[in-house]
Ligand binder design. Structure first.
Ligand code: ZN
Length: 245
């Protein structure tokens, strides 16, 4: 993004269930994962709003999404409680150019599965062991400022096969102590919209407090910001021939 581009407007969406119902999770995120991430974005001067599942229309009205350049999404337990109407609205906004940063267990959200068109299934194990994340595209904007690899001492393990379409670009790969590997940082384009899937972020571990994790999320939001001047879902057009036929 050129330096004179406006700072993207961020909306952070969280189902906000675990933090209110599981003390182990509340210990890491007393105000919610969305509040912690909002604080990090504000530190870098981004205009930020948050939205949660229990709000009317899950806080994702057309008015809110029209003013959102990049939507950041965390969810795990209540994917099925997200209304199909809101899923369709988010999908359409991505097609028209809104960016989407999908975190961790969001791989199984209705929104992500709708945009991928695959099952988005994977292998997993909550063992709290070490994850090592390798930067495999060091020149990509999402990798800016990252070391060649970084570690999270406690995480859930995700393993291949991860049923997604081949990403446009892979930025990060994970290795887990149990032997698994996983495509952890995946770039996609759908319509005019950019999507980044980022693997870490299991709720019972303090992952979102990690500086490198926060850096990836902020970089991803900058990368995913709309590249079109006017957001519009691509549409078919009846055209005249350019040459005599
Ligand atoms: Zn998890």
């Amino acid at each position: 993004m050129p330096n004179d581009a406006p700072t993207p407007r961020i909306t952070i969406w969280n189902e906000f269930w675990y933090e209110r119902n599981v003390p182990e999770v509340a210990r890491h995120y007393p105000e919610g994962i969305h509040a912690l991430l909002a604080q990090r974005f504000r530190r870098d001067g981004f205009p930020v709003r948050t939205a949660t599942l229990d709000e009317a229309q899950h806080g994702l009205t057309k008015e809110v999404l029209d003013k959102t350049d990049v939507l950041v999404w965390w969810a795990h337990k209540r994917h099925d409680d997200v209304s199909d109407e809101v899923v369709a609205r988010v999908q359409s906004q991505v097609h028209s150019g809104m960016g989407l940063v999908m975190l961790h267990s969001g791989h199984f959200s209705k929104v992500f599965r709708a945009l991928m068109g695959t099952t988005c299934t994977l292998n997993w194990r909550v063992d709290g062991q070490r994850e090592r994340i390798w930067v495999i595209a060091p020149d990509h904007p999402i990798a800016a400022g990252l070391p060649p690899h970084f570690e999270l001492q406690q995480e859930e393990a995700y393993g291949e096969f991860f049923d997604i379409p081949p990403p446009d670009q892979l930025v990060l790969m994970s290795w887990f102590k149990g032997g698994e590997v996983f495509r952890s940082g995946c770039c996609f384009t759908r319509g005019h919209g950019r999507i980044f899937y980022f693997r870490p972020g299991h709720e019972t571990f303090p992952t979102f407090h990690d500086g490198n994790v926060q850096r990836v999320i902020v970089n991803a939001a900058r990368w995913a910001a709309p590249t079109v001047t006017e957001r519009k879902v691509p549409a078919s057009v009846l055209v005249e021939p350019l040459e005599a036929i």
